[in-house]
Structure formats: C-alpha cells, structure tokens
Design a protein around this ligand. Sequence first.
Ligand SMILES: Nc1ncnc2c1ncn2[C@@H]1O[C@H](COP(=O)(O)OP(=O)(O)OP(=O)(O)O)[C@@H](O)[C@H]1O
Length: 229
Amino acid sequence: MLDVRNLSVAWRGAAVIDEASFTVNPGEIVVLTGPNGSGKSSLIRALIGLSPVAGGCVRWNRRDVTHRPFHAREGMALVPEGRLLASRLTVEEALLLGAGRGGAVQCASVMQEMFDRFPILETRKDQPAGILSGGEAQMLSLARALMPQPRLLMLDEPTLGLSPVAAKAVVAMLENLRTEGIGMLLTDQHSQAALTLADRAFALFDRRLRPMAPPCPTPEEREIAACSA
Ligand SMILES: Nc1ncnc2c1ncn2[C@@H]1O[C@H](COP(=O)(O)OP(=O)(O)OP(=O)(O)O)[C@@H](O)[C@H]1O
C-alpha cells in the first residue's frame, strides 16, 4: 500500500534522513522510534508532502506520488503531534473540517460513526475543542483524521503527554483500527507502548532508518502484553 524507497529529506540543504526504505501494508502497524530531533516527524511529513524530499520515492497504491500534491495521496491521513486543533471551533466543527469532500448525508453518517467510536466526543460536540483534556483532544485528532475514511493513518507521537489511562485508550483504539484493515505508521520516542502494537519497527539514528532488533512481538505475545497491561 505504502512503499517508501531510499527516501532522503533535507531542510535547506541540511540532511535529516538518508535513504529510508520501508513499507506499510493494510492492517499493519509500523513504528518509527528515535530520540528528539532524529527526524521522525520530518519523515512522516515528507510522506504527505509537507517536508522537502531530497531523493528517493514514495509510492502509494503502486503510484509514484513523491512530488505530487496532497490530493494525489487520497486515503492517507495524518494525526499530527500535539494539540494543533483550532481551539475556538467546536468539537463538531473540528470533525466537519476533517470530512473532506463527502456530501452532507455521507458526512452526517461518518460523524455518527465517529461519535459511536468515541462517545466522549458526542457528549462534548458543542463545546470548544480547546477545552478538551489531553486524552480527549487526542481522540478528537484521531476522529478528525478518520472522517475521510483513510486506509493509512500516520500518527505522530499519539500518546505523548497522555496519562497512562488515556494512552491505553488510544492504544486500544489503534488495535481496533488495525482489525478493520487500516494500515498505520506511528512515531514514538518512548518506544515501549508503541512496540507492543508494532508488526515492524525501525529506529532512526544518525539520519538512518534501521530495522529494530530483537524482532517485534508476535501477535500472540502482543495479546499477552495487552492483557497484562
Ligand atoms: N520546518 C523546518 N525547518 C527547518 N528545519 C526543520 C523543520 N522541521 C524540522 N526541522 C529540523 O529537522 C530535524 C528533525 O526534526 P524532527 O521534528 O523531524 O525530529 P523528531 O524526531 O520528530 O523530534 P521530536 O521527537 O523532538 O519531535 C531537527 O534538526 C529540526 O530542527
């Protein structure tokens, strides 16, 4: 589904990523970990055209989209790091903003689907997004990214700054999305929580992306870890 080959990223000539290669398939969770400033955000933002690509290519459903505009990447969605939601919009308005090009009827039905997935958002739908707690705001970011019904979600540090309970709720939601066949690429500095989810994981260090050893847990090991968490 997503095939990244020898992708290099550079900000104003300063290399951040050298020749990263990996794939993400439907229903697969791929984790990128690495210290602060290693280039995790730059890498995932390059995949949707927000960071400057210095070489290599991004293939999306077998099409080269490396230098194509964002609309050529329909089916990809980004959940950015931190609380980037416009604080004065209500929860409902913030979701509508994520809906994209669907008609009113389709939009209403997807919105209801989001409220079914995230009941807390329905109870807060008329309130400003800016007053949500960290965990609720993360749920809203996730719901907003799901509104156009993507097949690949890219999540930048989805559990950063959350309480253990809120982080667990996000992780459970990602597990559910995986069972629905949505592929996910997520960055996580504190790799432990993310690695319990990972089908494959890579570490970014010295601009290079390296497969992580030891291998990621098997599905059975993940289930045991989830039960004992
Ligand atoms: N818009 C930008 N313009 C210039 N340089 C940038 C820009 N965004 C990121 N960088 C640089 O790219 C490098 C990697 O930053 P990036 O945010 O991708 O790392 P990260 O691994 O996501 O860090 P963190 O874990 O702290 O969020 C840093 O040196 C940063 O200063």
